[in-house]
Ligand binder design. Structure first.
Ligand SMILES: [Zn+2]
Length: 432
């Protein structure tokens, strides 16, 4: 059999160890793994490289990178109401498009092959996804804020987005009600019903910080997780972002309902939300993925930062240095993310999606090389990524993102920044 691409001589990450093997790719799937040198149209020599499955950034608000560094040192509720929301009102659809390209550039450059996004003006992000060749799970971020007619309009936009983009190229669409403090239980129930009917996933923020818990408890006498459980929102098609402040009994509920959790450690630290008890989630057998959250609260889209800090924080939180192993962090960033969103990737196995990351491990920080997993997790950084393949296509080659004009995007976003800073008036022309 003739393959499209052969990756040869690399050290392949397989079942928690690195093995020297070759990979064959045909179309958008991995079609061969083994020692043979199979025939292929194109050969990538991965000598001196580690080959990881695709990395998934399982929770983000992509074009928030337009707000990177605009305001720091504020708690979540103030940061949202005084900084984020006023600036977002000034962003046009076009701005979101360039913000998406900026974010995708950084993701591809640092080895992210797939991301999950919940935001506004999602048509623009979808366009950017198809143009750049990254894979994405996208949803329009909905919030009824206690207003029934607003809820109807939000759900209409969310459904329209799904209809327009689901399974177009590398896009998987889903539903994204923002949270239990911005959506009513009635609205959430309706969204879940619609998602179930469409056979799609739902993603929601849950229990990010204690302010949120207090708000929801005041209104409904329950925590966000208890509330979601009480309305039948939690099941294997539900993805919960954060779960920083959850009790043991709530962890039990999440486990029983088979919901997935996305851990966003750097954002949680930066907004002083706390440290999610990930070691407890893992012990319970809950599927935990990793995300960056929006770049305004991170401030980067480099998943290798999350991969490093995740086990460090759990060791600190649990007081146990063996609480979370290096390979568990890699799994969270790869196959667990793909699994949460129902995608057949994040693993280097025949039949899986051909999303692959090739990392140059020849630099001094990877030596001596006693254990490559430990070196990648604790000594690596995303900029060692050399080549990236998404959906069977090479999108990053020798550190160059082939599908994005880097200088043009930087110029565009600097112009957007100047406009945001210069004029105080809102841009309402093409905003929701
Ligand atoms: Zn978020």
């Amino acid at each position: 059999m003739m393959h499209d691409i052969l990756i040869k001589n690399g050290l392949i990450y397989l079942d928690h160890e690195f093995i020297r093997m070759n990979i064959g790719i045909s179309g958008n799937r991995i079609t061969y793994t083994g020692r043979q040198e199979v025939h292929a149209g194109q050969t990538i020599d991965a000598s001196g490289c580690a080959v990881l499955p695709g990395v998934m950034n399982a929770h983000t608000h992509l074009s928030m990178c337009l707000l990177r560094g605009v305001a720091e040192d504020q708690p979540l509720e103030r940061w949202l109401s005084e900084t984020v929301w006023p600036i977002e009102k000034k962003l046009s659809a076009r701005d979101i498009y360039y913000g998406s390209l900026l974010g995708i550039y950084e993701m591809l450059r640092t080895g992210t092959t797939c991301f999950s996004d919940l935001y506004i003006e999602m048509d623009m992000t979808a366009r950017a996804v198809l143009e750049t060749g990254i894979r994405a799970c996208l949803c329009y971020g909905m919030a009824d804020r206690g207003d029934e007619s607003r809820g109807r309009e939000e759900l209409r936009i969310g459904r329209e987005f799904v209809k327009k983009w689901h399974q177009k190229g590398t896009i998987t669409a889903l539903y994204g009600p923002h949270s239990t403090y911005t959506c009513t239980p009635e609205f959430l129930k309706e969204v879940k019903e619609v998602a179930d009917n469409d056979g799609l996933k739902v993603q929601i923020h849950a229990s990010e910080n204690s302010w949120e818990i207090d708000e929801v408890r005041k209104k409904y006498g329950m925590t966000p997780v208890e509330l979601l459980n009480s309305i039948g929102f939690l099941d294997e098609n539900t993805i919960l972002a954060h779960c920083v402040r959850v009790s043991d009994s709530e962890i039990e509920i999440i486990k029983r309902r088979k919901a997935h959790i996305v851990h966003n450690p750097i954002s949680n630290l930066k907004l002083s939300a706390g440290i999610a008890p990930v070691f407890k989630f893992v012990l319970k057998g809950i599927n935990v993925a990793l995300g960056t959250d929006g770049a305004a609260s991170n401030n980067s889209y480099n998943m290798f930062e999350e991969i490093k800090i995740t086990p460090l924080l759990q060791k600190c939180l649990s007081g146990n240095a063996s609480a979370l192993k290096a390979y568990e962090s890699i799994d969270m960033a790869t196959k667990n993310g793909y699994r949460a969103y129902g995608l057949e990737g994040g693993e280097i196995k025949e039949g899986k999606l051909a999303d692959i990351v090739i990392i140059d491990v020849s630099s001094p920080s990877y030596h001596p090389s006693y254990n490559l997993i430990n070196n990648i997790v604790y000594s690596g950084n995303g900029y060692d990524v050399r080549d990236v393949i998404v959906d069977g296509k090479i999108v990053v080659e020798k550190g160059k993102v082939l599908t994005i004009d880097r200088e043009k995007i930087i110029d565009k976003v600097e112009r957007i920044k100047r406009r945001i800073m210069d004029n105080g008036q809102e841009n309402t022309s093409d905003k929701r």
